[in-house]
Design a protein around this ligand. Structure first.
Ligand code: UGA
Length: 433
């Protein structure tokens, strides 16, 4: 099939490269000429494991092309995916101006029957708006507007696309369903389940899924806090809960509070949708509030464990919102580090990938690529992102080079016995003191 993808951001690029990998002929479009030039020169503009190799392979096989001309991705395509950004506006609602502009742009270049599928995370009813734009600007061409949400995690997006738990297709006609079924046949042939629904339901499935995962994380974070207060172990609580197939063991890892470009934005957008519909989503609202509070209190937790932070050197290991990405959006580091500085601490920080993104957001921080260089002379070490490389740090060496010996682990990455053997005073989440 011939497929166009509008937007070469995170979702668009992964979608385009993976659809090419499935054997389709894909053209990725972006109005940002400089970005297209980078892609044409073989440079991948985002950090995502496996993506550069996938792009290179499919470019070599002539299945993947890049262009800044919308016509190249629309005029002869069977399906055009909209994969542009939907940032939050000041009320937490999704700003749809890029989606609307993409729809107008597509309308100007349509030739024959085309399925227009929305990959961007969009509020319920956006498909109707895209349909109205296409009808107004391309009334002579038959189209079908479909919702086809993505469920890609940063850091494992290629695997998530090629081996998904499910594919959700929200369409209003059997003709559109048949086209989308053909797009994903290489995956369904391998046994991947597909859920066909109407368009509005599909749009909501995306938000309801992300919000549910956000609730799950806030839930285990509060249970972990309770464990600390009453002397129980959150890891075993989570394991015991997760053995019940109705609950499931994934996404029950306590942490510093969820971040990234999706959970914070999507929970707020869903709450905004509920407000407009005069509906109540009190569970999601509570999860959101709990997460905000948790991130705001990280500095207080460090101070409670350490005492006065004036003139202390605190080294933060990990800045990205999670491991496997260079993304700093809504990262816990953005709450913790300014708070530590306000409490009088000097902050040093390290991250394998996120320093370039973190530098402009965190003034006054000394950045080091090497974790040992960052920890040299520090009073306190705070582990904030669960990069696997940090799990194998030489704890004896860290102990030798640090001035103080307190280690605060906001991801429960380290083995408490190994840390104690190395001589650290260790604080982690949800474990009895
Ligand atoms: C999330 C969803 O997992 C994807 O399914 C979805 O497609 C994507 O949003 C999106 O809407 O585009 P992502 O934001 O990349 O993916 O990151 P996650 O791996 O879900 O982690 C989100 C946050 O939750 C991170 O801050 C992570 O550290 C935190 N987390 C996750 C925990 O604190 N505990 C856990 O057990 C799991």
């Amino acid at each position: 099939m011939r497929i166009g993808v509008i937007g070469t951001g995170y979702v668009g690029l992964v979608t385009g490269a993976c659809l090419a990998e499935l054997g389709h002929e894909v053209c990725c479009i972006d109005s940002d000429r400089a970005k297209i030039d980078r892609l044409l020169a073989g440079d991948c503009p985002i950090y995502e494991p496996d993506l550069p190799a996938l792009i290179a392979r499919n470019r070599m096989a002539d299945r993947l092309s890049f262009s800044s001309h919308t016509a190249d991705g629309v005029s002869s395509s069977d399906v055009v995916f909209i994969a542009v950004g939907t940032p939050a506006d000041s009320d937490g609602e999704a700003d749809l101006s890029f989606v609307h502009a993409a729809a107008r742009d597509i309308a100007a270049h349509l030739r024959g029957f085309t399925v227009v599928a929305t990959k961007s995370t969009v509020p319920v009813g956006t498909g109707d708006e895209v349909e109205a734009i296409l009808a107004a600007h391309a009334s002579d061409v038959e189209t079908a507007v479909v919702s086809n949400p993505e469920f890609l995690r940063e850091g494992c997006a290629v695997g998530d696309f090629l081996k998904p738990d499910r594919i959700v297709i929200g369409a209003e006609t059997s003709r559109a369903n048949a086209v989308m079924e053909a797009v994903y046949r290489p995956l369904t042939a391998r046994g991947c389940p597909v859920l066909f629904s109407d368009r509005r339901t599909s749009e909501l499935i995306k938000y309801a899924s992300n919000a549910f995962l956000a609730v799950k994380i806030s839930y285990i974070n509060e249970i972990a806090d309770l464990c600390e207060d009453i002397g129980a172990d959150a890891a075993f609580v989570a394991e015991g809960m997760g053995m019940d197939a109705r609950i499931g063991g994934r996404f029950l890892q306590p942490g510093p509070g969820y971040g990234g470009s999706c959970f914070p934005k999507d929970t707020q957008a869903l709450l905004a949708t509920a407000r407009k519909a005069d509906a109540t989503l009190s569970v999601i609202a509570a999860a959101e509030t709990a997460n905000r509070r948790r991130k705001r209190h990280l500095g207080a937790r460090v101070a409670a464990a350490t005492g006065d932070l004036t003139d202390k050197v605190v080294t933060v290991l990990g800045l990205a919102f999670k491991a496997g990405t260079d993304d700093m959006r809504e990262a816990a580091a953005l709450d913790l580090i300014p708070d530590l500085q306000a409490r009088g601490a000097t902050v040093c920080a390290s991250d394998p990938e996120a320093i370039v993104a973190a530098r402009p957001k965190l003034p006054g921080v000394a950045f080091f690529r090497d974790a040992y260089a960052a920890a040299q002379g520090a009073d306190v070490l705070v582990l904030l992102t669960e990069w696997p490389a940090y799990a194998s740090l030489d704890l004896e060496r860290l102990h030798r080079i640090m001035r103080g010996h307190r280690l605060i682990d906001f991801r429960n990455l380290f083995d408490p016995e190994a840390v104690a053997r190395a001589g650290f005073d260790y604080i982690s989440l949800g474990r009895p003191a």
